[in-house]
Every structure is written in C-alpha cells, then in structure tokens.
Design a protein around this ligand. Structure first.
Ligand SMILES: NC(=O)c1ccc[n+]([C@@H]2O[C@H](COP(=O)([O-])OP(=O)(O)OC[C@H]3O[C@@H](n4cnc5c(N)ncnc54)[C@H](OP(=O)(O)O)[C@@H]3O)[C@@H](O)[C@H]2O)c1
Length: 303
C-alpha cells in the first residue's frame, strides 16, 4: 500500500509518499481501502510537532484522522460490517493512505447519494460542531455568535445551529459573507471593531459563543456576553484556561451522530463545502493551504 509519511516534525516538505506493508486489523477493527481522506488543521499542527504535549506522535507517522472508503477485511469480533461495505469515519493508523485501519465502533455507513469527497469531509467537522452546540445547549430563538464560520467546523455549525432555530452571527472575511448568508448566518467581519459590529446586529446581546477559529476572539466574546464566560466554548484558543473559558476537545467520536449527519448531507439538508481536492501525493500542497488558515469548508485528498 501507499501512504504519506513523515520521519521528522517540520514544514509541509517533510511529507512524502512511501510504500508500506498492508496493516492487519486487530480485534474490533476493520481494514479499509481509502477512497478519500479529509484534511484538518490538527494534521499540520501534529506534523509541525506543536501537539507533542497533548498527542505525542511516534515517528515515522502517517497523517489524517478521517476518511471514506470500502471495508476490505474485518478483525475478530466485528459483526456490524463486512468486506464491500462503504463506510466513513475515523482512522486509527492515518487516513492519508490507500489503506487504513479503523475501529468498527466509530464507523457509519456511507449513504449512496453521498460522494466519497463529501463522506471524507464529514466526520471531524460534524462531530465537533454537533458536540459543541450540545455543550452550549443552543436552542430555538437564541442568538449564537460563531467565530470562524466559513471553515470546516464553522460552516457545518452554522447550518446545524440554524436548523435548531437559532439566529447565527458568523465571523469571516468579507469575501466569505455571501457564502455565510447562503448557509443561514448573518455575517460579520472579524478583527478590530467586532464588539460594536455584533452589538449592532444583536442589540439584545448574544446568548452563546462558539469559537471555531482560535484567533484571539475570546476577550471580545466575554465582553459581548456581558462579562461572563458562561456559555462560551472554544475548540482552538490556547488562552482559554487563562481566561476561564471552556475548551472542548474531541472525545470518543459518535458513530450514531456521524450516521445522522451523513443522512442530512445526503438529503441536502446539510451542505458540505469542498474547497479543493488534491491527489494523495500532493498532501504537502493541501497542508500549506490549510496552514494558511483561510480555507472555505474542507480540503480532501484522493488516493
Ligand atoms: N477541539 C476540537 O475538538 C477541534 C476539532 C476540530 C477542529 N479544531 C480546531 O478548530 C480550528 C478550526 O478548525 P477548522 O477545520 O474549521 O479550520 P479551517 O477550516 O482551516 O478554518 C479556516 C477558516 O478560518 C477562518 N478564519 C481565519 N482567520 C479568522 C479569524 N481571525 N476570525 C474568524 N475566522 C477566521 C477563515 O475564514 P476567512 O477565509 O474568511 O478568513 C476560514 O474559513 C482549528 O484550529 C482546528 O485545529 C478543534
């Protein structure tokens, strides 16, 4: 099999294509042929060596947490899936590869009407967006401020919050404001003057804040919440603890939630925005783009 591998932490240039032995599934695992792999910012953070404190990564490593693909082989005790099943979910061995292992319990079946690219783009973004909206208990009639609304997680969170009946004020650069309107958000530019702009859009205040950008918006968020950190959650801001704001980390992924979000995506109720698709061998270009921080929706690799 082929996989993207790196032997040392560093820039996108450390990524290269290599031939590896086919992995064998352990108990509870399946081996899949990867048809598409989603790219997430955590992939370049790990590759840069920035996550060693939280997720120590033995080298050599293959990046990638999510994929859509076809089951090839099942490990002991797996009864829910059989060879030939089309699935999506989380990879245990790195999804930037032609083959990968996955825990069967974390997988959902890929609906027929969903493309491989869409399937691979769903697991991390939808699980994170759904989890944080639950943590914030966003409800009908409320106003949610969402930082980073045009990104992979943000673009899904806008739609899921709007579907709950919330008004979503989403921050993005002006070039993405029409995109946010289509998704169902009221757009606001991030940066200086954000507090005033949001106050103008929500004179009654915001009920909750979802920070999906991690780029310094927490002080403004606390101000907009009237000085409290209650009902503010970030998934990416390293200053959270110092400011007393809740940081939501990915726990055990939910296969049920993934199946439900895949159903919504197939029916068109959830739009999956794919910014760009790259061949597997060009993973370095995908990482450079992701690291730039201005991707609209998701990047996907095709083995
Ligand atoms: N804790 C967790 O469980 C968890 C899970 C998933 C992701 N994350 C983290 O959450 C962050 C977002 O992930 P993602 O996949 O959504 O990233 P992403 O798709 O790469 O996010 C890119 C988006 O960020 C926007 N952006 C850039 N600068 C911004 C700013 N100053 N204010 C607001 N938006 C800004 C960009 O909008 P413009 O192009 O319009 O500038 C772009 O649409 C990453 O740091 C990721 O590692 C954490």
């Amino acid at each position: 099999m082929e996989a993207i591998v790196y032997e040392e932490f560093g820039g996108p240039g450390v990524l290269h294509l290599a031939r590896l032995d086919q992995p064998r599934p352990g108990p509870g695992q399946v081996r899949v042929a990867v048809r598409a792999a989603g790219v997430n910012p955590i992939d370049h953070k790990i590759r840069n060596g920035w996550m060693e404190g939280a997720f120590p990564t033995p080298l050599p490593a293959t990046p990638g947490t999510e994929f859509a693909g076809v089951v090839q082989e099942t490990g002991a005790g797996v009864t829910a899936f059989a060879p030939g099943d089309e699935v999506l979910g989380w990879s245990a061995t790195g999804s930037y590869a032609t083959e990968a292992l996955a825990e069967a319990a974390s997988l959902a079946r890929k609906p027929e009407g969903l493309s491989w690219e869409e399937g691979a783009a769903l697991p991390v973004a939808t699980d994170t967006a759904s989890r944080v909206l639950d943590e914030l208990a966003v409800a009908e009639g409320e106003t949610l401020l969402l930082h980073g609304a045009g990104g992979g997680v943000g673009s899904v969170a806008v739609q899921l919050a709007a579907a709950r009946g919330a008004t979503v004020i989403g921050t993005a650069s002006p070039a993405n404001h029409d995109f946010l309107r289509v998704l169902g958000a009221v757009p606001a530019a991030y940066g200086d003057g954000l507090v005033e702009r949001v106050r103008e859009l929500a004179p009654e205040g915001v009920d909750a804040v979802f920070d999906a950008s991690g780029r310094g918006a927490l002080p403004a968020s606390i101000e907009l919440r009237g000085g409290t950190t209650d009902r503010i959650v970030t998934i990416a801001d390293g200053d959270a603890a110092e400011l007393g704001v809740a940081f939501s980390s990915g726990g055990a992924p939910s296969a049920d939630r993934l199946a439900e979000n895949a159903r919504l995506a197939e029916s068109g109720e959830l739009r999956v925005e794919i910014a760009q698709v790259f061949p597997l061998a060009d993973a370095a270009s995908a990482h450079a783009l992701s690291e730039g921080g201005h991707v609209r929706g998701k990047l996907v690799l095709l083995p």
